[in-house]
Design a protein around this ligand. Structure first.
Ligand code: C2E
Ligand code: MG
Ligand code: MG
Ligand code: MG
Length: 283
């Protein structure tokens, strides 16, 4: 009852488990106002093409600049946004902001692909592809500049609905990426039928890939699998020169991680790209 009062009557799903702690409840309450007060912002993390040494893409990552708690990372509020359904307001804002940003960057000659992250609930929205199409048309952005990242668990919440909506997005020309690949429950039988363009290896396999035989085996076989299926393979969470060197030598296509750059505000990205020189291992 307290929960309902504090976050304005948005009902919780029955099966979310433990009751949120008081601090979490006030966060949920604040979330409703955050949108109106423009406290959400997107940071962008570059993606490096190993072979060319060029930045070919960036991922939009949500940040909440809370008036009293400072910058709150998405892992601290996205789960509540998903449980309360508030994600249905967040995701359209994220996608629109990304498309506007793409148009601005396009106008100054920065031609990169930008990805946004989707949640399970977003894949249930029958209007998703129609709204994406309208945004792209309105802002004059080619569909292939937009990529949507979806985790295996988000796909598996309703696999046939996800398939239907991803097929529509793919038909528009929007790129699709399987995020955190390898730690979810999606089968290869399911994945082979999905119209995706990219496998994004989970950070847990990339960490110390150069020094951990089991990680090396998983990453190497995923690179082979991805290439055999015509997919681009991305490594997330690349932190060290040794990891980067290993990934390059083993044919990984794209890397993303602190070794290359941390997520940054939109206005910093053009200057950063201009002055970026890939480390010697990646050219
Ligand atoms: P993700 O999509 O897998 O994003 C990668 C996360 O790893 C990001 O954390 C990024 O900052 C972090 N990261 C990147 N490189 C490195 C590295 O070298 N080392 C380490 N330790 N971490 C690295 P972030 O921004 O905190 O986001 C966490 C998760 O929150 C994301 O995981 C994604 O699942 C979710 N998320 C972020 N933004 C959105 C959004 O707009 N919508 C939705 N639905 N989910 C979002
Ligand atoms: Mg992602
Ligand atoms: Mg990921
Ligand atoms: Mg991840």
């Amino acid at each position: 009852q307290e929960a309902k009062r504090r976050h304005g009557g948005i009902a919780f799903a029955a099966d979310i488990g433990a009751e949120p702690a008081p601090e979490q409840l006030s966060l949920i309450g604040d979330m409703r106002d955050a949108m109106a007060r423009a406290e959400f912002t997107l940071f962008y993390q570059p993606k490096l093409d190993f072979r060319s040494g060029r930045i070919v893409a960036a991922e939009a990552l949500l940040r909440w600049q809370h008036p009293t708690r400072g910058m709150i990372p998405p892992v601290r509020f996205i789960p509540f946004a998903e449980q309360t359904g508030f994600i249905r307001e967040i995701t359209p804002w994220v996608i629109e902001t990304v498309v506007r940003q793409l148009a601005q960057w396009q106008a100054i000659g920065i031609e990169i692909v930008v990805s946004a992250n989707l949640s399970a609930l977003d894949l249930l929205d029958p209007k998703l592809s129609q709204r994406v199409r309208c945004l792209l048309v309105r802002h004059g952005v080619p569909a292939h500049r937009l990529c949507l990242e979806i985790t295996e668990s988000a796909l598996m919440a309703d696999p046939s609905m996800a398939m239907e909506h991803l097929a529509e997005l793919s038909a528009l020309g929007v790129k699709l990426s399987v995020d955190d690949y390898g730690v979810g429950q999606a089968s290869l039988a399911y994945l082979k039928t999905l119209p995706v363009n990219e496998l994004k290896l989970d950070r847990s396999f990339v960490t110390a890939v150069d020094a951990t035989p089991k990680n090396a085996a998983i990453v190497q076989s995923t690179i082979m699998l991805g290439h055999a299926l015509g997919l681009s393979v991305v490594a997330e969470g690349v932190e060290t020169p040794a990891e980067m060197d290993w990934l390059l030598k083993h044919g990984c296509d794209i890397g993303q991680g602190y070794r290359i750059a941390r997520p940054m505000p939109a206005q910093q990205l053009p200057g950063w790209i201009e002055s970026y020189t890939a480390p010697a291992t990646a050219v």
